[in-house]
Design a protein around this ligand. Sequence first.
Ligand code: NAP
Ligand code: SF4
Length: 675
Amino acid sequence: MQSLHYPNLFSPLHFDRFSLKNRFVMGSMHTNLEEIPGGFERAAAFYGLRAQGGVGLIITGGISPNDAGCVAAKAATLQTKEECAQHALITREVHKHGAKICMQILHTGRYGYHPKIVAPSAIQAPINFFKPKEMTEEDIWSTIDDYGRCAQLAEEAGYDGVEIMGSEGYLINQFLTTKTNQRQDAWGGSYENRMKFPLAIIRKIKEFVSDDFIIIYRISLLDLVSDGSTWEEVILLAKALEQCGVHILNSGIGWHEARIPTIASVVPPTAFSWITSKLKEEVAIPVIAVNRINTPELAESIISHNQADLVSLARPFLADPFLVQKSSEGLANEINTCIACNQACLDHTFQMKISSCLVNPQACHETELVYHHTDQPKKIAVVGGGPAGMAFAHIAALRGHDVTLYEREPQLGGQFVMAAKVPGKEDYHHTIRYFENMLQKYGVKVILNIEFTPEMYHNYHFDALVLANGVIPRMPEIIGIHHLKVLTYVDVLYKGANVGQNVAIIGSGGIGFDVATYITTRNEESPMDLQNYFKDWGIDTELEHRGGVKKADPSSPRRKVYLLKRSPGKHGQSLGKTTGWIHKATLQSRGVEMLSSVDYQKIDDLGLHISVNGEYRLLEVDNVIICAGQDSSRDLYDVLSSRIDNVHVIGGAFELRELDAKAAIFQACHLASQF
Ligand code: NAP
Ligand code: SF4
């Protein structure tokens, strides 16, 4: 597949005795599919579709070489011929479409969520309940053997190679640093001793597999934890791995326990390609750049600037299996872009649910959520052009229905228009752009600036009505709620209302956090500035400190902000599992005062009068911003359902908890698939 559009991305890569047809790598992701009955069939459909979409190389989710190394009890391993047969379902499907696929071998060490975990030393990870057992010399050698046998079985199962997971703080990484390896024997002490483990694994794998089998090693370039490896140590290891016969080095950034975001939406695009570029200067084998590469433009720029030989995109392949093909055909505007929200992928993984994607609920459900062409086309009116309405409308239209979408506002996007204003959520624009293009592609008639009425339904002879008219902000009953200093989050995020220097935010859910982030961001001109990100989170780009971390240096707060809630307990509990801590740490670094157990008394010229645990306080603020949740816009439903038979309600208008965009888009796509 050659392309005029991204010439570097679509040039083949030849190395050693191997060739890859383009520079796209689909990075490893845990989907939790392999652990469920019938999961390998579903995984084959999942990977097969991405192969059909044109990707050159796929790396699977991590598979353990033995029981101790599993992510969780009974998670997938490859230790027997029976397991091998299941993996062959995946490799056959991928090879049908001319892609290559490598299986990632992952031993979690002290990160596994089960009682049988082992590690170089018996030091518990701060993110795990379980304490590992210290590996004996015998355990170490048998684990090395397990890696060798696992790779051999992977070759038998038809994989083109393996990726050895040596980063993110998993077992191999645990051997490399004194933080987790305090052994006194031949596997601990000096760096030469600590790096024996990965080198022994590579040598063992070489013994067990043929010369036609690709070996990728994911090396931790930045541990982002104190007492991590120095850059000199990283390079020493990289060169030794190359000597041992590793064919490709993939980049690993940050241990899982690191308190620095590395893939969330607050991380600027291509934030870590500079370090892969430094690795590339040191080795002759191909290197892969990773993290926050979600468009073909960004990927092309990395390859064209010679920062890496390959680019790994993981979550973007959940969002759009055909992103490679669309790139090659110059249809980048039709790519459903990953917005780095983590809500349906990583958050699901950590909750042991099947991964999917907020913007593409078909991901990992390829065999279950299918959009067949309809043989009974209907004339459908959709009311509301937010994520739910747009998702429903374009899928109903692609299935062959005649769809008209009515939106009250002058633009499409609904809640996503506001979300995209929040620093670090700029990528939400991509979803609006994608849906708009799909509405156009599938011939949905879009009518803006209009209030839908029951008369329109009858006059235009619709067969069905789908209400996705969203929510309205809740106004709490507080004395002075109509005071001039009171604003809603819609005033601030949608209408661009001016906000004073001292602000109280009532409500500390996702939107309270978003508004607090918006009004405290220092540089609204370039909130995704790379240097600010490094400074705010203490990333040492000079590589003078171990692990690449130094003291964070956030700049002084822009405003005084209070974030308030009535309930007791910590703030941020309702936020995403893998991103909530980031939002909270950001606000803390900006001096936002978070108060719980608040009773709101009144708002007047002096400010907001409250009591906290019964103690009176006056917050002398210029503005009070209401972020107290929403009420459903069900008035229209009540009017319409009494006069129209075929009415369906989706998204926030259906049930308040469905304001959650993941649930809204999921519900919209499922309804559209059944119409
Ligand atoms: P929310 O998560 O329900 O939070 C509403 C907040 O308002 C709570 O802190 C609640 O705390 C307070 N509240 C509720 N009723 C109140 C009343 N009558 N008077 C005063 N305070 C009241 O709603 P949201 O923040 O609008 O978010 C809506 C949805 O969007 C959520 O489902 C969320 O998942 C999603 N979202 C998520 C993110 C994210 O994860 N980053 C960002 C944006 C939106 P008390 O009851 O304790 O006062
Ligand atoms: Fe990307 Fe969010 Fe989809 Fe995950 S759920 S793949 S982060 S858009």
